[in-house]
Every structure is written in C-alpha cells, then in structure tokens.
Design a protein around this ligand. Structure first.
Ligand SMILES: Nc1ncnc2c1ncn2[C@@H]1O[C@H](COP(=O)(O)OP(=O)(O)OP(=O)(O)O)[C@@H](O)[C@H]1O
Length: 372
C-alpha cells in the first residue's frame, strides 16, 4: 500500500467513469506517476474485497507493454481508492486515431503492425501468464505456452486504454521517402486494467461483463461467459479502427450495435492496406469462438514476427545510440578535465617564475646581489 504523504499531487489530466486522473510525483524517488481515483462508497464489502484482490494481481502484472501498477491507497473519509500507476506521456491510441482522422490521412501500415505486435505481447502475458520469448530470427516459431496458474482478461480493450509512452525514434535524420521508424509513435502499453478480472485456474471463465459496447464481443453480448478470446475480438476492433479510423460496427443505438456485432459484417479495409493485414483482422473478428485466433496463434503470423523482430532491432539501435551519446559526453568531460589540469599545470609552472620575478625586482634583492 502507498503512503499518500509521499505523493505531491499535480494537475488533473482527465476524467474517466470512476473519477479523476491526476499526475503526481513520488517525493521519495522523484518519479512522475498518475493517480486514478475510484469512489467506493456505493460498493458492498464483497465488491471492495474483489477490487483489492484485483489490485494485488495488477501489482504483479509486470510487462514492457503493460502500464505498470505501482500501489494503492485509501481516503477513508472521502471513500476514495487511489491507484498509482505509470505515467504515459504520449497520450493514447484514441487521440492518435482522432489526429489521423482530422488530417484525413491513413496510419502507416507498419505502425499498425507495430501496435498490434506490442499489444499481442501484452495480451499473451495476461492470457498465458508468461512472456512471449524474444525472437532470434523472424523464422522462429514459438513453442506452445506451458501450464499456468492464472489468466487475466482485460475486458475493456479499446483505443482509449492503449497508451503511448517513452522517447520516440526521430525520423528527422532519415530521408523523407523512408518509412517512419516503428517507434515513431512511442512504445505501446496496455492500461486501464481497472475492470480486468483475474481468474484463478479453477474458474475457467467469469460471467459479469463491464465493457465499452463498440468493442464488445458477440458471445459477451449474448450474455455468455467470456474468455481471453473476447479480448482478441476487441483487439481486432482496435486494429480495424487504426486502419479505417472508425470502429468496425458503428451504430446509432444499442439494438443496432448488437445486431451488427452478431452478424460480424464490416466494411472492407481501404486498398491502402495489404491483404495480410485484412486477413489477420478477419481472424480476430470471427463471431464463432472456435474459429477465432488466440494470441498464441496470432503471434505466429509472419508479419507479426517481422514487426516484433524489427521493434527489437530498433530498440537495440536506440540503446546503441544512447550508449554512443553517453560515451561522447564522457569523452567531452574528460577532454575538459584534461584541458583544465593542463591550464592548472601551466599556472603552477608560471607561479614560481612570477614570484622569482617579483623577488628579483625587489630593491633588497638588487642590494644583496650587489654584495656578492
Ligand atoms: N497511465 C496513464 N498515463 C497517462 N494518461 C492516462 C493514464 N491513465 C489514464 N490517462 C488519461 O486520463 C484520462 C482518463 O482516463 P480513464 O482511463 O480514467 O478514463 P477513460 O478511459 O477516458 O474512460 P473509462 O473510465 O470509461 O475507461 C484519459 O485522457 C487518459 O488518456
């Protein structure tokens, strides 16, 4: 649990359905984080216990592409639960999609693949309780996941819960015709697990759904228990929206939305995008659960493997560049120190000369010299 005295509360950055989200600084470490407020006054004891149990699970969910959950704290008087999480400085995918829509531009295909690859790694970690192994070559095939004790289902995967953070790779040094680096939008992190439901191995499925209708899977709409494949459906909707800048099943009301999702028919992707991308989206948007691809199967796709490998190499290159610039600044520091000690050395050599000169010009010196 966190000590709220250790946090300096900064500005509000937004509001969700549960309450305000604020930027905070942890005084003891100087780390900038976000603090999410959840009002728990209306919850019964069981629901509160469930919430804390989920916090405990989220605190253990550590992955490069999952927003890090740091700790939690209560304000008993205000009946507010505070969740302290990693701050993602580059906004979310919803805002990025809105930007492309405003500029009437398509998101570059390789950016779409890069986002998909990173989200698949995050979901694989949640669904199988282990990390997808890094690839040596794009031809590497992953071995099937082992036995695992816990499944975490996100349950609310949507563009607004996909965050962007970290330094971006600059494209300024590359020629204008070159495609943008994969990390030009930053590193992708899956967040807002506030509604995620952690399932023990004994319960295969959970039954209550809390989600955003546009991205809701057909089985959940039919009030059926949901599984990790419900997250895959939502991921398919998110990737589709990155390409068309609209959700796949737009509707004016709940009834229409329900009908469209059950039918599973959506408008084709613009010609700008490849067949491969259209096919992988189709494999996620299968209304029949038995036909829908799992995160394990999706990670076998050659384009996904190529993106994962390209991201690995881009990160490696960026680390090398960081290392090189660190070496350069050490070199400059050493050069400055060498110059300084050379200057001091010269002064030391000059000082006796100066004092000798002063002695030499003193009248008694001349007198003594003359006595010799
Ligand atoms: N970890 C984070 N880093 C940076 N910004 C964040 C983070 N978490 C949330 N935000 C921002 O805070 C705002 C509110 O987020 P929040 O997730 O509470 O609500 P929401 O996703 O907009 O709605 P809902 O509660 O229905 O999911 C959004 O603008 C979101 O981008």
């Amino acid at each position: 649990m966190a000590d709220s005295q250790d946090y300096e509360v900064l500005e509000e950055i937004g509001r969700g359905s549960f309450g305000a989200v604020r930027r905070v600084v942890q005084r003891s470490t100087g780390t900038v984080m976000v603090r999410k407020e959840i009002k728990y006054g209306h919850m019964n004891v069981k629901e509160r216990q469930q919430l804390i149990a989920e916090c405990r699970i989220l605190a253990q969910l550590r992955h490069e592409h999952i927003v890090r959950f740091h700790s939690w704290d209560f304000d008993e008087r205000g009946q507010v639960l505070y969740l302290y999480m990693e701050y993602c400085s580059r906004g979310d995918l919803q805002a990025l999609i809105a930007k492309y829509r405003q500029e009437h531009k398509y998101m570059p295909e390789q950016t779409v693949w890069a986002v998909l690859a990173q989200l698949l790694e995050a979901l694989y970690r949640c669904h199988y309780g282990e990390d997808a192994v890094p690839l040596q070559t794009v031809y590497d095939r992953m071995s099937p996941p082992g036995k695992h004790g816990g499944i975490v289902i996100h349950r609310d995967l949507k563009p607004g819960n996909v965050f962007l953070t970290g330094e971006t790779s600059s494209s300024s040094s590359s020629p204008s015709s070159a495609p943008p680096p994969l990390l030009s939008i930053g590193t992708v992190k899956l967040g807002d697990f506030g509604l995620a439901k952690a399932l023990g191995s004994s319960h295969q499925f959970a039954t209550t759904y809390v989600g955003t209708p546009y991205y809701m899977s057909p089985e959940v709409l039919r009030d059926q228990p949901y599984s990790p494949l419900s997250d895959v459906w939502s991921l398919g909707c998110v990737v589709y929206e990155m390409c068309t800048l609209r959700p796949p099943f737009p509707a004016r009301n709940y009834g229409e939305l329900q009908h469209r999702i059950q039918q599973g028919n959506y408008a084709p992707l613009p010609d700008y995008y490849s067949q491969g991308l259209a096919q992988i989206i189709a494999s996620m948007l299968k209304t029949d659960l038995k036909q829908r691809a799992s995160t394990f199967e999706l990670l076998q796709d050659i384009q996904v493997r190529t993106s994962r490998k390209a991201l690995q190499l881009e990160r490696f290159e960026r680390n090398l560049l960081d290392y090189e610039s660190e070496l350069r600044s050490i070199e400059q520091l050493l050069e400055r120190q060498a110059l300084e000690s050379e200057r001091q050395g010269q002064q030391r050599v000059q000082r006796p000369t100066d004092s000798a000169y002063r002695r030499f010009t003193r009248p008694e010196y001349h007198w003594r010299e003359r006595q010799r």
